[in-house]
Design a protein around this ligand. Structure first.
Ligand SMILES: CC(C)(COP(=O)(O)OP(=O)(O)OC[C@H]1O[C@@H](n2cnc3c(N)ncnc32)[C@H](O)[C@@H]1OP(=O)(O)O)[C@@H](O)C(=O)NCCC(=O)NCCS
Length: 192
């Protein structure tokens, strides 16, 4: 069981539970072609974004298998909500989880994704006691692949044509890291 009430503080970010006033920032993220390119989602309507934020308001707890913790990523220097990140509890018995992150293009290229996922991996291994955490990305998502390598995650799989969207087949890559690997390689800047 893991519940996040107070923000997680990293060097430059707050990872905090969603608030009702995150609708506009999340809607901007979920309607941009440059953000959605490898996510396969159509641009959200404002009603869909409001529904997503309403769901997110309660997604600050991992209490059973398949629960997802979803946090807003806020830049400490500006107070701006620049993205969202999630940690899903894939298996209680086998202590497995999955992480993901989405950043606004104006906040990319500064190491914020690495800093965000580092904080999630700290949570996953140190507080939830997971043994292995995976991340999955489109095989052409170069920025995501670089970030996962930078975090010390290992490519373990190449899933050929596993997603079919709008008549096109897409390959996905599976990355993973073990608790003992994270303990020996974690970059700085994680949760304080
Ligand atoms: C995937 C995604 C989160 C990666 O974001 P990112 O900003 O490229 O990743 P990082 O935060 O790790 O930043 C790394 C870049 O910042 C640079 N950087 C600058 N300051 C840095 C710092 N203090 N620490 C680390 N990197 C820094 C690095 O050199 C690197 O640049 P490069 O990619 O040109 O080599 C982003 O592209 C995104 O949100 N895409 C859209 C949604 C998406 O596809 N999500 C992934 C789904 S699986």
């Amino acid at each position: 069981m893991l519940r996040i009430d107070a923000p997680l503080v990293t060097d430059r970010l707050l990872l905090r539970p969603f608030r009702a006033d995150d609708v506009d920032a999340l809607h901007d993220l979920r309607t941009r072609a440059d953000v959605l390119r490898y996510l396969y989602w159509p641009p959200a309507t404002i009603e869909q974004t409001r529904d997503v934020v309403a769901q997110r308001l309660t997604m600050n707890t991992l209490s059973r298998e398949n629960d997802a913790l979803v946090l807003a990523v806020e830049q400490r220097a500006t107070g701006r909500m620049i993205g969202e990140a999630d940690l899903r509890w894939l298996s209680v018995e086998h202590r497995q989880g999955e992480v993901g992150v989405i950043l606004h293009p104006e906040a990319q290229g500064s190491g914020f994704a690495t800093e965000t996922v580092s904080a999630l991996l700290d949570l996953a291994f140190d507080r939830l006691g997971l043994h292995r955490v995976v991340a999955q990305t489109n095989a052409h998502n170069a920025a995501s692949i670089r970030a996962l390598h930078r975090l010390g995650m290992r490519q373990e799989g190449h899933l050929r044509q596993c997603v079919h969207v709008a008549g096109v087949w897409h390959d996905e890559l599976v990355f993973a890291i073990l608790a003992e690997e994270w303990a020996s390689t974690a970059p700085t800047g994680g949760v304080r």
